[in-house]
Design a protein around this ligand. Structure first.
Ligand SMILES: Nc1ncnc2c1ncn2[C@@H]1O[C@H](COP(=O)(O)OP(=O)(O)OP(=O)(O)O)[C@@H](O)[C@H]1O
Ligand SMILES: Cc1ncsc1CCO
Length: 246
């Protein structure tokens, strides 16, 4: 993954995302080097998705009518080979959300599904005994990622204290970051935007996902050393995302 190339090209990332994180995701992606556009009108999404570098479908505040819009955008992206990242926010919380994800995955060729352990476990029909399960303790996140990847026939990223990238057979874990990321809203959503931008540049999607995870979590670790708490963590994170790390 070539960060210099990304920053030169500033790939357009089309988002159909939730209202909570729109501004934060746009600012974070701009700081990193991408070019965000948030657009969810059914009449225009195909036009935008076709010419974008990548498409983010985030179901955080999805309504029934948005499902069709996401499918339309996703299929248009598929026609021109634009990578699609699906963030199944809250998929474990309601049947509606889980079924929405299942429909999108069925109708769109999704390049990667990225979510926290609870969300991905719901999609893999694996009951979570404890909230906030992570791969460090018992390998659950690895199993969850593998099962979900097999079921959905796509690459899966499970985030948390330890992140897992799995294609159903092979997996790679990464254990960077800070618990402060859990104290602000949209940390996972912004990671998705950055991952999608990397996939617009790097055709090896596993390489792109791992680069995004490492870069994002390294930036968060540096931001943590400068922050007094969640409030000051946010601007420091934006500053760190704009830098270059070895
Ligand atoms: N306890 C932790 N220690 C280190 N890094 C963490 C921890 N929890 C989450 N992260 C990191 O935070 C980022 C977001 O992951 P998280 O699982 O919190 O997303 P999420 O639950 O989808 O967030 P949101 O719904 O608020 O957007 C990832 O880069 C992950 O590695
Ligand atoms: C808080 C919240 N509610 C729906 S989406 C969202 C942002 C985190 O994904």
């Amino acid at each position: 993954m070539n960060l210099e190339e990304l920053r030169k090209k500033r790939p357009l990332v089309h988002h159909i995302t939730n209202e909570v994180v729109m501004n934060f995701s746009a600012n974070g992606l701009l700081a990193f080097g991408g070019s965000p556009v948030m657009a969810k009108e059914k009449e225009e999404v195909e036009e935008i998705a076709r010419v974008a570098g990548a498409l983010v479908l985030n179901i955080g505040t999805i309504r029934k009518e948005d499902i069709e819009t996401m499918i339309k955008a996703g299929q248009a992206a598929n026609k021109t080979g634009v990578p699609v990242l699906l963030d199944p926010v809250g998929a474990g919380a309601t049947t509606f959300r889980k079924q929405a994800v299942q429909r999108i995955v069925k109708e769109v060729d999704v390049s990667v599904v990225k979510g926290n352990a609870g969300e991905i476990a719901a999609l893999a029909d694996i009951p979570l005994k404890v909230k906030g399960v992570d791969a460090d303790e018992d390998g659950d996140a690895v199993e969850i990622a593998a099962e979900a990847a097999k079921r959905m026939q796509t690459m899966v990223v499970v985030t948390g204290k330890t992140d897992v990238v799995s294609d159903g057979e092979d997996f790679t874990t990464s254990s960077r970051g800070t618990p402060l990321l859990g104290s602000i809203t949209g940390a996972g959503c912004l990671l998705g935007s950055i991952m999608a931008a990397c996939m617009a540049i790097e055709k090896d999607k596993k390489g792109a996902a791992l680069f995004a995870l490492e870069f994002y979590n390294k930036a968060a670790e540096r931001a943590e050393t400068k922050a007094e708490g969640p409030g000051t963590f946010v601007p420091h994170l934006l500053d760190e995302l704009a830098k270059a790390y070895d």
